[in-house]
Design a protein around this ligand. Structure first.
Ligand SMILES: [Zn+2]
Length: 405
């Protein structure tokens, strides 16, 4: 186990856990939500805004940072924390999901994912070893192992084959991660980030910018419960600092996702945080917390904010609606964010319909604050044993029609 990474459970309420993750860049109160900073920036906001809305950990995307500006450049400038001006905990994904999402521009083989860059069409090979090397150079506190993301629905045989390949990749990615940890800080990479492939190279000297980095394994298996169990067995046998559940929130019904989480989470070690990747709505999050999940990420609050879709204590709100044209009240009377303290719905609507950049900024500040406040309420409810009451209120708030439609 990486010496600086640890997790402890402070309270429980049923299967839900109130805990604390310790990393080389500080602690994270769990259950936690990670704003998504795809290209080293949470769109429309600054690290100062992220602190003010209560973010404790953010996510960066390996695929994007590898291709531009390059993990080598970021390493030479001191690592991702220094490069983006965020000194709190960071998690990076493995790059697999984005490479997979390129559709016809990518081919998956046993070696890895061969693809053409969305930027300039150049060809690259992302291997399990390469994903570990890139993340060693970026230096997040939590790195993710490369896994295969399978399009759903898929035939059972394809899900099985993919689950087994992900387990083989996990072994390769873990082995390389451990080699790099042993190498330690201060080793200079000789082949630059412009190298065409990420095939393991004994001559390569990645710059390990965060010696306290932890690596999470990922449970796959689609919606087939037996394959989820198989994936848990294979992944736990390799041994990671913690485990994520991947391959959900890709279009399956919510009930199916909850069933897979309820089946999988209890099979993961109680002493490690559990991360449900890419989920979800406020209701999805509380449903997953009640099934034992500790860590979440999703583009929904930030993407919806830029589209004028806002989460409030009264439900969803579409700011462009004409009914807000002369509404001098705050966006959400129950919210204490900068946007709600300072501006009216009328002004936010004006900014949005005028296409002003400020609309994205102010809406993003509010939506992130809503998500992070919701996580604080979730944590408090676990301590007081009232998570089910909170779940019911979120269900009532977000399952009814839009408040303004
Ligand atoms: Zn607000």
């Amino acid at each position: 186990m990486a010496p600086t990474f640890s997790f402890c459970v402070l309270h429980t309420d049923g299967a839900a856990r109130r805990g604390e993750i310790t990393t080389a860049h500080g602690t994270v109160q769990t259950p936690a939500f990670m704003p998504v900073g795809t290209r080293g920036a949470v769109k429309a906001v600054t690290p100062r805004d992220l602190r003010e809305v209560g973010a404790e950990i953010i996510l960066g995307n390996t695929y994007h940072l590898w291709l531009r500006p390059g993990d080598g450049l970021i390493a030479r400038l001191g690592g991702l924390h220094r490069f983006i001006g965020w000194d709190g905990p960071i998690l990076t994904d493995s790059g697999g999901f984005q490479a997979f999402s390129l559709g016809e521009r990518r081919v998956i083989t046993e070696a890895g994912i061969r693809f053409r860059s969305h930027l300039d069409g150049s060809e690259h090979l992302l291997t399990p070893e390469g994903a570990a090397e890139i993340q060693a150079q970026l230096g997040p506190d939590i790195a993710m192992v490369l896994d295969e993301c399978l399009a759903q629905p898929a035939p059972l045989s394809a899900v099985k084959e993919s689950t087994e390949r992900s387990a083989r990749w996990a072994r390769r990615g873990r082995d390389r991660f451990l080699e790099l940890q042993a190498l330690g800080a201060g080793e200079i990479r000789l082949d630059s980030e412009t190298s065409e492939s990420r095939v393991p190279n004994p001559e390569s000297r990645p710059l390990v910018t965060n010696p306290g980095q932890a690596q999470f394994g990922i449970i796959q298996g689609g919606t087939v419960l037996e394959l989820r169990t198989l994936s848990v067995e294979r992944t736990l046998a390799i041994g990671f600092e913690a485990y994520a559940i991947g391959g959900l929130s890709v279009g399956e019904p919510a009930d199916t996702m909850y069933s897979v989480v309820a089946h999988t989470a209890p099979q993961l070690p109680t002493g490690c945080p559990r991360y449900l990747m890419g989920v979800g709505t406020p209701l999805d999050i509380v449903e997953a917390v009640s099934r034992g999940i500790d860590l979440f990420d999703c583009v929904m609050p930030t993407r919806n904010a830029r589209n004028g879709q806002l989460f409030t204590s009264e439900g969803r709100l579409t700011i462009k609606n004409a009914r807000y044209a002369e509404d001098g009240g705050p966006l959400d009377p129950a919210c204490a964010c900068y946007t709600c303290r300072t501006h009216s719905r009328a002004y936010l609507r004006h900014l949005f319909v005028s296409g002003e950049i400020g609309a994205a900024v102010l809406n993003t500040i509010h939506n992130l604050r809503f998500y992070l406040d919701t996580m604080a309420r979730v944590r408090q409810a676990i301590v007081f044993g009232t998570l089910e009451t909170l779940r019911q209120s979120l269900q009532a708030m977000f399952s009814r029609p839009l408040s303004d439609s």
